[in-house]
Design a protein around this ligand. Structure first.
Ligand code: SF4
Length: 693
């Protein structure tokens, strides 16, 4: 534009797309977001001056024509019409209130949003428990890393990355699995690649030869669904050949003998048969890890989105512990979190059916009493429903009303044909979002929220760093930040909330959540980010977990023997291929934001299926042909991309598109027993050239 930079609004803020947590200065002119520029280096601990296309250019959605700027309610004919806040909120109070009166608060649930700030997610949990009287509050973490959280909590004590992002750059070896790092976490990939250029080893185990595999010192293709098998095989080679860290195992772990015994069943023959990995590749990976002084183990949803994802994670946790790779610079485990604030808003802030903020168990009487006193309400010790279970519970009328905030459940749930039926049948549904997304089509009332550029608060990124989000423009139209909407509703439903700012909400979090005891806005602002645990005002925050002790009763890592599990659904004659799903660089989740970016839509405008050249030849399919893909739960038609990125037994479809909604094919019923995560990464399907109707 014609204006000089200094005449514009500027705010230093944290990216609202992925959980890498890049920071930059955002410039706006009134409503228009003009540019993202690097901020002071000390204020950008994760990215320095780097960003990716989403953080740099992904802002068209803010002013997109279909951005919601007023509340919507259904008229007599069932069509949406615009409404005042007063009318819309009255309808919500009436809708949720009458279910609460007739069937009790447990008949209601809240899906919170990992796109929203920590402060807002804290209030979403409080709203569910205090105002509605239900423990059924959950969020998208259920669909991704909840098995990481469960597996790491059980072994080490904290369901989070132990490392700081810098460790990816100082490790001698990085093992990556189930992570399309270049596309899903671009700035982390940049840092790993830099480390590889400087001589570090990079081991990539993945069913798809993802882009980062090009930089790997070893890329190994694995069959989807058997990750614990090859991980246990690596551990087996390490312990059987005395390559493990005896001192670390002795002093800092329990359960080693059981693990040593459990991994013996993963013999070279069996491992090769099940995972497709030749023994030499197990040996070379094991020796590279054992030789390295410092190794980081990184993963994304390829490891977790399984009916036994928690076991996969525990197998990885065992491997990191037996090799002594925890608590020191350049070592540790790093689940790369997806949503910008899924670590903080999705976990730490406790919009969870079983936990208060800071992973405090609701079944613990003392802890529950603390929250009952602070929130002036009674709280049931019974865990509520996980997101995935909400949709099953609604089948039996155990759940009748939902309040869904910033989550496109109609596309993101597994088995969406089923989820659509449930949304349709609910007695009352409130959706709070930036857009009338696919889920909002089923709503009785839609409340217009605003995006991260229009509000102030904090996000917590994938390495536990809490960072400021600062408003760079006023809320669009009549939209409001989630926290203000929740406060208005709480007050209409008989409570007295009187927060003037998100800083005040954070003070309440500080007082109730030991992990965040010293994480005040003032400190986050002046120190350029704070990593939890940060127990009090004087605590400096924690760069690396487990330097001295694990977060368990005896301070040791509790290794867990992990045996053999199969995916819930394996290929057979009728459905001979394994379908996996995932992300692409230029898109983001269900596309609510990125589909409104003209520049971004030029790159990956529509859905596709990756098919191996051999498979394609067998079926007479060429790139660009339309292919019908069928599972036991549904059918979609997508265009073919013939590529050897996938092996001959599997196919891949991205998750971002409504027209073809790959989750029509996935399975809503077989959930991880510990974490209730669905098995997005393995569905049996058949394919056929689509002849049209
Ligand atoms: Fe935003 Fe993630 Fe890209 Fe950084 S890497 S700019 S946090 S989307």
């Amino acid at each position: 534009g014609d204006k000089r930079l200094e005449e514009l609004n500027v705010a230093d803020t944290t990216c609202g797309y992925c959980a890498v947590g890049c920071r930059f200065d955002l410039y706006s002119d009134g409503e228009e977001i003009l540019a993202a520029r690097p901020t002071e280096a000390e204020d950008a601990p994760v990215n320095g001056i780097s960003t990716c296309v989403k953080g740099k250019f992904g802002y068209d959605f803010v002013n997109s024509d279909d951005r919601l700027t007023t509340p919507l309610v259904r008229d007599e004919r069932g069509e949406f019409r615009e409404a005042t806040w007063d009318e819309a909120l009255s309808r919500v109070v009436e809708g949720l209130g009458s279910i609460q009166e007739e069937h009790g608060g447990e008949a209601l649930s809240v899906i919170a949003s990992s796109k929203a700030t920590n402060e807002e997610n804290y209030l979403m949990g409080k709203f569910a428990r205090q105002v509605l009287g239900t423990n059924s509050v959950d969020n998208c973490n259920r669909l991704c890393h909840s098995s990481t959280v469960a597996g790491l909590a059980k072994t080490y004590g904290y369901g989070a990355a132990s490392i700081s992002t810098d460790d990816l750059e100082i490790a001698d070896c990085v093992l990556l699995t189930g992570s399309n790092t270049t596309e899903a976490h671009p700035v982390l990939a940049t840092r790993i690649k830099q480390n590889v250029r400087d001589g570090a080893d990079l081991l990539v185990f993945d069913p798809r030869e993802v882009q980062i595999a090009e930089y790997a010192t070893q890329y190994t293709r694995v069959n989807p669904g058997y990750d614990a098998v090859w991980i246990n095989a690596i551990t087996r080679h390490i312990v059987n050949n005395d390559l493990y860290d005896e001192a670390f195992v002795e002093e800092r772990t329990t359960g080693f003998e059981a693990v040593r015994e459990a991994v013996q069943e993963f013999t070279p023959e069996r491992v090769e048969e099940v995972t497709g990995v030749p023994h030499e590749e197990i040996v070379s990976a094991a020796e590279t890890i054992a030789d390295a002084d410092r190794c980081v183990f990184g993963w994304t949803l390829g490891l977790t989105e399984h009916s036994h994802g928690t076991e996969n994670v525990m197998a990885m946790a065992n491997l990191a512990a037996v090799t002594g790779n925890l608590g020191k610079p350049g070592t540790g485990v790093s689940p790369f979190r997806g949503q910008n604030n899924v670590q903080g808003g999705g976990g730490d802030m406790g919009p969870l059916p079983d936990n208060f903020p800071g992973y405090q168990d609701i079944a613990d009487d003392e802890i529950r009493a603390k929250f009952e006193e602070a929130w002036e309400c009674e709280i049931s010790p019974e865990y509520g429903y996980y997101t995935t279970q909400m949709f099953l519970a609604a089948d039996d009328d155990d759940l009748r009303g939902m309040y869904i905030i910033g989550e496109n459940a109609a596309l993101s749930e597994p088995g969406v044909n089923h989820a659509e039926d449930i949304l349709e049948e609910l007695e009352f549904l409130v959706v709070q979002d930036l857009f009338v997304n696919e889920t909002a089509q089923y709503a009785d009332v839609v409340l217009p929220a605003c995006s991260f550029v229009e509000k102030t608060g904090t996000f917590t990124n994938t390495d536990r760093t809490v960072q400021m989000v600062n408003e760079v423009m006023e809320p669009k139209g009549d939209s409001q930040p989630d926290w203000e909407i929740l406060q208005a509703l709480a007050n209409r439903m008989g409570r007295e909330w009187s927060y003037d700012s998100t800083a005040e909400i954070m003070e309440e979090v500080n007082s109730l959540t030991p992990l965040y005891g010293g994480v005040t806005h003032d400190r986050v602002e002046s120190e350029g980010g704070l990593q939890w645990p940060c127990w009090d005002e004087d605590h400096p925050g924690t760069e690396r977990l487990y330097a001295d002790a694990f977060n368990t009763d005896d301070g040791k890592a509790h290794l867990q023997a992990v045996g053999y599990s199969e995916p819930a659904e394996t290929p057979d004659e009728e459905y001979p291929f394994t379908l996996t799903t995932g992300r692409v660089l230029y898109q983001y989740h269900t596309g609510t934001m990125t589909h409104r970016e003209e520049g971004i839509m030029q790159y990956t405008p529509s859905d596709f299926i990756e098919i191996n050249p051999d498979t394609a030849a067998n079926y007479g399919i060429e790139s660009g042909d339309m292919v019908r893909v069928t599972s036991r739960r549904g059918e979609i038609v997508v265009s073919a991309q013939v590529t050897d990125r996938v092996g001959p037994e599997s196919v891949f479809i991205p998750i971002h598109f409504a027209e073809s909604a790959v989750n029509r094919l996935t399975d809503e019923e077989h959930l991880d027993p510990a974490a209730a995560t669905p098995e997005f990464k393995v569905s049996a399907v058949r394919i056929a050239p689509d002849e049209g109707d």
